[in-house]
Design a protein around this ligand. Sequence first.
Ligand code: 13P
Ligand code: SF4
Length: 364
Amino acid sequence: MEELVQVDIGEQYLGASPEELHRRIVARKEELAGRLLLLCHHYQQEAVFQHADASGDSLKLARIAAENRDRDYIVFCGVHFMAEAADILTADHQQVFLPDLRAGCPMADMASRPEVEWAWRELAEHIDADRLVPVTYVNSSAAIKALVGDKGGSVCTSSNAERVLQWALDRGEKVFFFPDEHLGRNSAAAIGIADEEVIRWQRGQPLGGNTPEQVRRALVILWNGYCSVHMQFQPQHVHDWRRRDPEVRIIVHPECRREVVSLADQYGSTETIIKAVSDSPPKSKWAVGTEINLVRRLQARHPDKEVHSLSPFQCLCSTMYRIKPAYLLWILDHLVEGRPVNRITVDPETAAAARLALDRMLAI
Ligand code: 13P
Ligand code: SF4
């Protein structure tokens, strides 16, 4: 796949005031009306989010892009794998753009295709690899989704990981789950798989740091990727809130470690978190374990409720935060001028195989 590098967008953008950027983005959106669809993930900062035509989790946004076939330009304010998923699911005439190419997801980058292929070959020396079913979290590259598609596996999201894991176990003997160890571990526990049947695959170690016997006994093998934003939430934060105010309900994202998820009252995807807080009665109190921009938005949208971050420290997705108004304007200016920049494309062969894995998920 082509390696794209973010260019310096210059002082005319970086030096502009927030008010000027806002005004110019609104004007450019008007010029592109009918052709542009501006999508924002829930973790986007408010100065960008306020310009969204639609918001959602990564999969919901990719689907919205695919449903809006009349929009030629999809500007995806999220991270790289989300823009790739949108390109896979949209029609050929639709073009997807990422305002800052440095907006990647470090967790998705923790599983490269060569590394996973290498691990697969190592596993095949000890188990029947034809009975090993791969499952990848949607937070993964198109190349990984394609590998999973080719090997008969499925994509999952944070809202259906348990169902997809069960499907994979029904289909084969063992599951290889990547890249997020914690989503995998939380989902395995939720469907009643014993801890002893779950092992971790440590990248860079022979047989992932396991003995052949451990690999043979395991039902679920978890790649040791993680989200450093969600890893910041600690069991102590849950205990502190319980002590401070027993009425506070604790809801966390399943990328949090198992110890945190098992102490929480509820867990779920960003969409689930938003729904739980929105549907709760006035005066409800929440401590939320996910990215700070979403927590702040929930606070602002529900002044009749108390919404706190579960952690006393700011848990910010710094790569998502790279999408700033200046970069959004830069993209829109280039679209209006007919000189598109930062287009995200997935080659047709990779896209077809990745689509298989996405379609399997949609059918489960
Ligand atoms: P959602 O799919 O729940 O929006 O999560 C995406 C993500 O990157 C969480 O860190
Ligand atoms: Fe990736 Fe974590 Fe950021 Fe989500 S919050 S995009 S998993 S680094």
